[in-house]
Write a protein that binds this ligand. Structure first.
Ligand SMILES: [Zn+2]
Ligand SMILES: [Zn+2]
Length: 265
């Protein structure tokens, strides 16, 4: 019965099956035990597949990928699902400092749970699959050579000490980027500990975050195309504050990539 040559892939697959049968995973969202070898019908992209070991089949599909029509600048997903991408009213009124923001999914359901588990429950193991989801989104909207620097939005040192990590950096640290594109962990510094943005309106958020950031080494981003990375984009006030500092420092262009995009802003 062992006459057929066993290929290494099949063997490790079989091992995974055994391990999975013995040790089912616990869903990060609903807490149920499940066997993660079961494929999710209809979901084949790398980002979603990377989330499979952490979410049960029921929760896995409960997130909404960002899709057109959306604001061609800030990435706001329009409620009306017909038509082409165009500028939203706010970007027409007040374009701000970054050129383009994009996100993997809408900030709700399983994606929100995953981000909360990473940020507030210290589940750093989720940084790897969420980083794959983010990298997948990066490749969807930018091509190799478009970006010189990838920079996480920094935390204030007090918050960093309390949390122990910067989730935005954890998302990008394993990215394999072409030569000439670097992840710069400390391009920006958060000088001021700001109150949480939750519950503030658009104008209050802008005031709250004003002068909160500065560059670590002046001139480091001069002439560079920078991709700012964060977990969630809500009104874009934080991204705009960071982009403004980088443009002042001489950056040629600043784009923004987040895991999630809040629907209302
Ligand atoms: Zn579940
Ligand atoms: Zn917009």
């Amino acid at each position: 019965m062992f006459g057929r040559k066993m290929v290494p892939g099949a063997f490790t697959g079989w091992l995974h099956c055994v391990a999975d049968a013995l040790f089912p995973a616990r869903c990060v969202d609903c807490g149920r035990l499940f066997h993660h070898m079961a494929a999710t019908p209809g979901i084949t992209d790398a980002g979603s597949a990377a989330m499979d070991p952490y979410f049960c089949p029921g929760c896995r599909g409960r997130w909404t990928a960002v899709a057109s029509p959306l604001c061609s600048r800030c990435g706001l997903v329009f409620k009306g699902r017909a038509g082409e991408d165009h500028l939203c009213g706010r970007c027409l009124d007040r374009p701000g400092a970054f050129t383009r923001a994009r996100a993997a999914g809408i900030y709700d359901q399983t994606l929100r749970t995953a981000i909360h588990a990473l940020k507030f429950k210290g589940q750093v193991r989720l940084a790897a699959p969420l980083g794959v989801l983010l990298f997948d989104t990066f490749r969807r909207y930018w091509t190799a050579g478009d970006i010189d620097m990838v920079a996480p939005v920094p935390l204030h040192r007090n918050r960093f000490r309390r949390r122990g990590f910067n989730q935005a950096y954890l998302l990008v640290r394993r990215w394999t980027l072409p030569a000439g594109t670097d992840v710069v962990r400390d391009l920006l510094v958060r000088d001021r500990a700001t109150a949480p943005q939750t519950g503030l309106d658009r104008r209050q958020r802008r005031m709250n975050i004003k002068n909160a950031f500065s560059v670590n080494r002046p001139g480091q981003s001069a002439g560079k195309r920078v991709l700012l990375v964060d977990d969630v984009l809500t009104t874009g006030a934080t991204a705009d504050a960071c982009a403004g500092v980088l443009i002042q420092d001489g950056a040629r262009r600043v784009d923004v990539l987040t895991l999630a995009r809040a629907l209302q802003s």
